[in-house]
Structure formats: C-alpha cells, structure tokens
Ligand binder design. Structure first.
Ligand code: ZN
Length: 121
C-alpha cells in the first residue's frame, strides 16, 4: 500500500534519477537546525525537533550534493527508507572509488547497455 504524498514538500528520503535513462540515486529533503537548545554550545547541525527555538528552511541533497527542494520533490521517484537512502549513497561512494566507469559513479550520464561491461559476481 502506498501513501499519497502531500501537496507540499516535507522532509523525506526519495530515490530519483538525475537522467531519465540513468541509475537511481538517493535524495533527501531535510530540515537541519543549528540552534543551541537541542544542539551543543557549538551549534552543531541536528535534525529539527518541536523543542528547537528556530524553524529552519527545508534543504535538499541529491546523490550527496546540495540541490533544490523542488528538484527532489517534483522529480519522478519513490519515497524510500533511510536505510535504502544510505545504501544508495554508500553504493555511489564505493563506485566512485573502485568502479569509476560504472553508471553508479556517473549518475548524470545515461546508461549505455552497448558499452556496459557484464556484471562481476
Ligand atoms: Zn534545533
């Protein structure tokens, strides 16, 4: 059963494509607070809570890089769990380090199945 998304952006984890023929990448919309009430005296970033004394703007990350909230909210994609989001980000990091020519390391390029090497098991 899928839950209908509200008409306005809310904090969430999503998988989206940066290219319509590319791979899924992890994206999130978050509200990160820098207050000293729930943070530390050094104002460390933390997830916003009801007890915070500020109400920061929504922010978004796409494939680990900051992007606009509209890009994440309006793109076709699915809402995913935080664990799956972290998996997609770690998979991207692993691909960049060990498989730099793979589609996961180049999410903005379309996947070309004619040049893609066979999977290694
Ligand atoms: Zn706070």
């Amino acid at each position: 059963m899928t839950r209908a998304a509200p008409d306005f952006a809310t904090p969430c984890f999503r998988r989206i494509k940066e290219n319509s023929r590319g791979v899924w990448v992890g994206a999130r919309i978050h509200r990160t607070c820098m207050c000293t009430v729930n943070g530390t005296d050094d104002s460390e970033p933390h997830a916003w809570r009801d007890s915070c004394d500020r109400y920061p703007h929504l922010a978004a990350d796409c494939n680990g890089a900051p992007c606009s909230v509209e890009k994440v909210w309006t793109s076709r994609g699915d809402e995913i769990t935080e664990d799956y989001y972290l998996y997609l980000i770690d998979d991207r990091d692993h691909a960049v380090k060990y498989r730099p020519d793979s589609p996961e390391a180049n999410a903005r390029k379309p996947v070309d199945f004619n040049t893609l090497p066979p999977p290694r098991f």
